[in-house]
Design a protein around this ligand. Structure first.
Ligand code: ATP
Ligand code: MG
Length: 279
């Protein structure tokens, strides 16, 4: 069943696109560790801060712990020790490691994640998929009946417009290209109005044109004041789009700074002999 769309003029573009600037601290990790099995450390004492408006890449060779890091931040994989602090506006903090299931669900609305397979509902139209991002704020029955407020619908339309996906609003998600699905997944995550957006290899399966579109979309999200953190395998993309890069090797941070500081020495420490295979 197609959804009736409210007028486009309900919310102006100006409210979405803010100027790029580094904002307040939104998250801090302190000596974060993760072992899936006893004695095998995957994240080894990781400490960093995340700020609103940053576009942070996490790089490192396969098995370095990049996906594990993102999943522990959002609480989908429990960390073993250390702290992941949700930093509130008044600078008070909550530790993700000690959150109850209910608190974790709430945390994930603030710390959204885009999964590699997008997790869209294939037979549902694009706008409904985006509206499902409001699921945690809407009763299950209302969601099943696709009853969303006009405000939510306006926000979904605004987001689709923002990422140039409005012409596809009424198409089924299954009929979209990988890059288009990825953009819908970003819109769905943004429906929660998260302060942090995580993406595990968001451009891994995309052609160069769609890669550019997604990197631009994520950059736009960060410029809107969201702290964006993505795992990437291309140093070229990191240098072109990201404001900061965290380099992981064997579960340790060996570089944290501006992408321009990724010199041959750092890259060699990150990738070793695999250095020729990147980019
Ligand atoms: N569920 C799991 N159980 C046990 N070990 C795991 C599990 N998930 C990951 N690992 C191990 O943890 C280490 C880090 O894995 P992770 O997936 O975080 O690496 P990555 O940096 O994302 O690698 P890639 O670039 O290949 O995606 C690897 O040695 C991996 O085998
Ligand atoms: Mg990974």
């Amino acid at each position: 069943m197609a959804m009736t769309m409210p007028e486009l003029t309900v919310v102006s573009d100006a409210e979405v696109v803010a100027s790029p600037q580094l904002g307040r601290k939104v998250l801090e990790t302190r000596t974060l560790t993760k072992s899936y099995q006893q004695g095998k450390v995957v994240l080894d004492g990781i400490s960093f801060e995340l700020h609103a408006g940053e576009f942070v890449a996490v790089v490192g060779r396969s098995g370095a712990g990049k996906s594990t890091l993102l999943h522990t931040l959002n609480g989908t994989i429990p960390a073993t020790s250390g702290e992941i602090l949700n930093v509130h506006k008044d600078l008070s903090t909550d530790n993700v490691l000690s959150m109850s299931r209910k608190e974790l669900r709430e945390w994930r609305t603030h710390c959204g994640m885009i999964f590699q397979d997008f997790c869209l509902v294939p037979r549902l139209d694009v706008i409904s998929n985006v509206l499902l991002g409001r699921l945690s704020h809407t009763s299950t029955l209302k969601s099943l009946l696709k009853i969303f407020s006009d405000q939510d619908k306006a926000h979904a339309i605004q987001l689709l417009k923002w990422l140039n996906m409005l012409p596809y609003a009424l198409q089924r998600a299954e009929n979209l290209s990988g890059g288009q699905q990825q953009r819908v997944a970003i819109c769905r995550a943004m429906m929660q109005k998260p302060k942090i957006l995580l993406a595990d290899e968001p451009v891994a399966s995309l052609d160069p044109k769609n890669t550019v579109r997604i990197m631009e979309a994520l950059q736009k999200v960060s410029r809107d004041g969201v702290a964006v953190m993505v795992n990437l395998h291309s140093i070229e993309l990191v240098q072109e789009y990201c404001s900061r890069v965290i380099g992981l090797a064997k579960g340790k941070v060996i570089y944290d700074g501006h992408p321009s500081g990724l010199n041959d020495d750092v890259l060699h420490r990150l990738y070793g002999d695999e250095i020729d295979q990147i980019n």
